[in-house]
Write a protein that binds this ligand. Structure first.
Ligand SMILES: Cc1cc2nc3c(=O)[nH]c(=O)nc-3n(C[C@H](O)[C@H](O)[C@H](O)COP(=O)(O)O)c2cc1C
Length: 332
């Protein structure tokens, strides 16, 4: 079946799912500055969706600028995955992604997330349930293994279940994010994929800081797509040069000198816009969730700590605006 996955350029770039970071507000701010080829929602509990928890439906809000967008769900129960997949299809998403890599203890306790790497039979049932529940393409996001790298055992199981795409975070569950992602393993994953099921797209993930770096890693390893996560913290411009990258014939699509730097004014503007979008989310989210963005936007220059401390006092977007205006006034 053809889906948006088959129409993406190579390599394509995806924005990673990040709980309480890549919500609809943040994705809107990113989309206005430079869209990735694929957006992901934060992960959402399929079990919670089946109980119609309002805050979970909130996590599945998106705007039309965000297409293609994939909803990520997690559960250890195939029937819950089927329920949530149907819902995700009704909501107009372009794909559904199954989380099989999250190390969060509360999620693993349910037998979901990374715990599924220890229960391949159930993992396959879950993929099957999602595939049968709707026409949406199903993808999986996972890691290279649980306690140790086990691509030789784990990846063929996933490939034989035939999802449209598999994202591999190039660390084990045990490594969390404490060691550098091992991109050499992407070459191994690609070789396994080519042998077992060349139709499945492979997306590499871990420590990619820029489009250029992603493009180089895709060329070196043969993966189809690159997923970027933490590099988007405080930098909603990460994807802004995608079209330039593709048009240009230079090795990496653009030279270093073409990189634009975004100054503090622009960052504060983006931060305020984010706060304003954040307040449009219903039911409302606690403003304190936004504080990690304040940290990420206001960093890396002399005086950052002081300014950060000031902005952290804001309890809503209006207060943040006032504080930002005061800061600008002080420098005029
Ligand atoms: C704050 C935070 C929240 C995350 N939430 C999710 C999530 O909801 N679903 C998921 O599959 N991965 C989640 N991840 C993992 C990222 O998607 C990604 O795999 C990881 O950060 C490595 O990529 P990076 O080095 O580009 O950040 C999260 C990571 C962070 C830092």
């Amino acid at each position: 079946m053809t889906s948006f996955w088959n129409q993406l350029p190579k390599p394509f770039f995806a924005m990673a799912p990040m709980k309480d970071v890549t919500d609809v507000a943040f994705r809107t701010v990113v989309a206005r500055r430079g869209k990735p080829d694929v957006f992901w929602t934060e992960f959402v509990s399929a079990d919670g969706l089946s109980h119609a928890v309002p805050s979970l439906l909130r996590d599945l809000q998106f705007n039309k600028e965000e297409h293609p967008i994939v909803a990520q769900i997690f559960s250890s129960k195939p029937e819950m995955i089927a329920y949530a997949t149907k819902l995700v299809a009704q909501l107009g998403f372009d794909g559904v992604d199954l989380n099989m890599g999250c190390p969060d203890r509360a999620i693993e306790k349910q037998g979901a997330g990374a715990a599924l790497m220890k229960n391949p039979k159930l993992a396959v049932e879950i993929i099957r349930a999602a595939k049968e529940a709707s026409d949406l393409p199903v993808s999986v996001k996972t890691r290279v293994g649980y306690s140790k790298e086990s691509l030789d055992e784990w990846l063929p199981i996933l490939l034989e279940a035939e999802p449209a795409a598999i994202t591999i975070h190039l660390r084990t569950r045990k490594e969390l994010s404490l060691v550098p992602a091992d991109w050499e393993l992407m070459k191994k994953a690609v070789a396994i994929r080519n042998r077992i099921n060349p139709n499945v797209l492979l997306i590499g993930n871990g420590d990619v800081g820029s489009l250029e770096e992603g493009r180089r890693l895709a060329a070196e390893t043969g993966c189809d797509g690159i997923m970027i996560g933490r590099a988007v913290f405080g930098n909603p411009w990460v994807f802004e040069r995608i079209s330039g990258l593709r048009k240009s014939s230079s090795e990496f699509g653009f030279t270093k000198s073409q990189h634009s730097e975004h100054g503090l004014d622009e960052k504060l503007e983006a931060l305020l816009e984010l706060a304003q979008e954040f307040e449009k989310i219903t039911p409302p989210k606690n403003f304190s969730i936004l504080k990690k963005h304040i940290k990420a936007f206001v960093t890396g220059f002399s005086g950052a700590a002081e300014l950060r401390a000031k902005l952290m006092m804001a309890n809503n977007a209006t207060e943040l605006k006032g504080l930002i205006e005061m800061e600008k006034g002080a420098h005029q």
